[in-house]
Ligand binder design. Structure first.
Ligand code: C2E
Ligand code: CA
Ligand code: CA
Length: 431
């Protein structure tokens, strides 16, 4: 195979590579050391015996099939040869990538997989390069047969097809995302955050948008989860932070450079939060932009603190030391332990939209929000309510003394140009 393997630096996570091969290309040879598994995106691959006496085709695989997966078990020699039977595209999944992904799994699932692999390693006899358990051809045949006979296909068969489909979709999306980062197809939109007491724009939250050349504007819900699973989110958050910093002076200028400057908040994925040197990385971007650190706020969800609260607090205090604002995002949806609030170096809470949508007609929710606001104030944190859609929500939130609000009622996320216009139209007039 024409190997264009890129060595990955410690900061650059291992990624799946998509490789195009002409018919007849040898992907690996019997005797080669096992180091990667492969998933076929397009075309056909034959696994051949490759003995002096016989070059029998052991199995022919097609799009969606996985082969060479024994590389996950050990780095022994390949027991067969894999050849592209026609022009073929495969994703190369290095062992490094697979083990890296496994580390980011739910710890219980990772433990179970490790136990199964360990057991397999100890008990197996040498298997050919594909155990054939995940062949889409086979499972589809079973599905077709089950349709004919009217019998239900076993759940596991349907699940394999579904999983293969999802895995391929994710691999394709990951490649697409990396290309899109290079082509700079991402930009932040800015949603106004209003000081509820003063009735003035206090700042903006930057929310990522993908300007896809064919699909138009793609919302974060459609790509951020995959970006998080594949570590691409590091690149995205870095890009948005840079662009948000660049927007800060423009938004302030539109407000007539007020004494209390407008801030811009930036989402920091829990995945990024724990990367080594995150404080230095963020600090460097902010410094290079020349923006005052207090004009930038990082929004972090509670999930970032769960695994290692001590380390999390260390990172938070690093951000605080730089002078950045820090908000606990989506408050109320996660583990929401009110008891640790005072231990964290944060300065604000964002109450999740799911509460705000019920605040004006559910007494209980109103009471909960009031309690959260009071407690936050006791800890000297200010509170932002998310997802305000109605005037009644604003009234209720003013009643409970909530500091700031954000939602479609005040304004949807806007392009930078429109956000600047929004400030010009609303800053002096008030809201
Ligand atoms: P989030 O941080 O909780 O952002 C608020 C989401 O609620 C945004 O969705 C916003 O458009 C939406 N929203 C605001 N006001 C209202 C309202 O009144 N009604 C309704 N129905 N929705 C409202 P969006 O932009 O689709 O973002 C979704 C999520 O994607 C964000 O949730 C955040 O978790 C993530 N995200 C967005 N941008 C970034 C980014 O740059 N980096 C990272 N890591 N995640 C991001
Ligand atoms: Ca947010
Ligand atoms: Ca939120």
């Amino acid at each position: 195979m024409n190997d264009s393997t890129k060595t990955t630096s410690p900061t650059e996570p291992a990624m799946a590579r998509r490789v195009t091969m002409a018919a007849g290309t040898v992907i690996f040879r019997k005797g080669d050391q096992r180091d990667a598994a492969y998933i076929i995106d397009r075309g056909k691959v034959q696994i051949r015996e490759d003995d002096p006496e016989s070059d029998r085709v052991l199995v022919e695989l097609e799009a969606g099939d996985i082969f060479g997966e024994m590389a996950l078990i050990d780095d022994k020699a390949r027991t067969a040869t894999a050849v592209a039977a026609e022009d073929t595209d495969v994703y190369v999944l290095s062992r490094e990538l697979l083990t890296g992904r496994m580390e980011s799994l739910d710890p219980l699932i990772a433990l179970m997989i490790n136990i199964l692999i360990e057991r397999y390693r100890r008990t197996r006899v040498d298997l050919p390069e594909t155990a054939g358990t995940a062949r889409s051809g086979d499972v589809e045949k079973t599905l077709r047969a089950s349709k004919k006979t009217g019998k239900k296909a076993p759940a596991s068969v349907a699940t394999v097809v579904e999983r293969q489909h999802v895995a391929l979709q994710e691999l394709r999306l990951e490649q697409e995302l990396r290309g899109a980062v290079e082509r700079k197809e991402f930009e932040p939109y800015f949603q106004p955050i209003i000081d509820l007491r003063a009735g003035r724009v206090a700042g903006f939250e930057s929310l990522i948008r993908w300007n896809h050349p064919e699909r138009g504007m793609v919302m974060p819900g459609d790509f951020v989860p995959v970006a998080e699973r594949t570590n691409v989110v590091q690149l995205l958050d870095g890009l948005i932070l840079e662009k948000a910093c660049a927007a800060v002076p423009l938004l302030n200028e539109a407000a007539g450079n007020p004494k209390k400057p407008l801030f811009t908040s930036v989402n920091l994925s829990a995945i990024n939060f724990m990367t080594p040197n995150i404080v230095e990385q963020v600090g460097e971007v902010v410094r290079a932009s020349g923006v005052e650190p207090r004009q930038i706020r990082l929004e972090i969800t509670e999930s970032a603190f769960i695994d290692d609260p001590e380390r999390a607090e260390h990172i938070l205090s690093g951000f605080k030391g730089l002078g950045l604002g820090i908000a606990l995002d989506d408050f109320g949806t996660g583990y929401s332990s009110l008891s640790y609030l005072h231990k964290l170096s944060i300065d604000s809470l964002k109450i999740d939209r799911s509460f705000i949508t019920q605040i004006h007609d559910e007494d209980k929710v109103y009471d909960i929000v009031r309690a959260i606001v009071n407690l936050a104030h006791d800890f000297l944190l200010y509170v932002v309510a998310e997802g305000i859609e109605y005037a009644e929500d604003v009234t209720a939130l003013r009643h409970v003394n909530c500091d700031m609000g954000q939602g479609y009622f005040f304004g949807k996320p806007l392009s930078l140009e429109n956000a600047i216009q929004y400030v010009k139209d609303n800053y002096e007039a008030g809201i």
